[in-house]
Write a new protein. Sequence first.
Length: 220
Amino acid sequence: MTWLSPAFPVGGFSYSHGLEYAVAEGLVHDAGTAERWIAAIVGDGTGRADATLFAAAWRAARADDAAALMAVAELAEALRATAETALESRAQGAAFLDTVARVVPDARIEGFRRGCAATGLGPAYAVAVAAVASWSGIALRAALVAWLQAVAAALVSAAVRLVPLGQTDGQRIQAALEPAVLAAARAAIARPLDDLGSAVPMVEWTSMRHETQYTRLFRS
């Protein structure tokens, strides 16, 4: 929970995953639309894809299969639909690994970090957290639920600032998203890697349009 706290220095507060443009276009304009938008990301968008990658990376790390872990990291890198979502994942993943490597010395963490750097691979945030959680003895379901909850919480925080919404509305949305988070984790654990994918074209469209948005508070 410390690693997934907003206080952990990965810069998560600076990304909105295209939500900033969705608000500017009126696609997200109140608590209800924010909840549905975020639920779609968690269940059918990046949340679905990254949760599947998370499970695969956790298992590769548990088996000490460095080649399999790098293969998952490469797949995660190739899946990003837009430049900004790629930046969002790579930057947070690299920051996470750099910080954990300094706080929790572990040869496997350092080896993965150096392997990514040597190949020019930007470690996806989901893959980085999954590998470290696995090496630290954290069970897959617990780690994945916590990670998805943190993803949802970051998007809720962005919505509270952008729409804007009150803090109480933000907490209501977070509570309403709990079933979606649990369902996404349960499905990802059972899903084979060959069934990897997502289907949220409007989210990807807003991310693309955000790249040239005139005024921006967020990096994505």
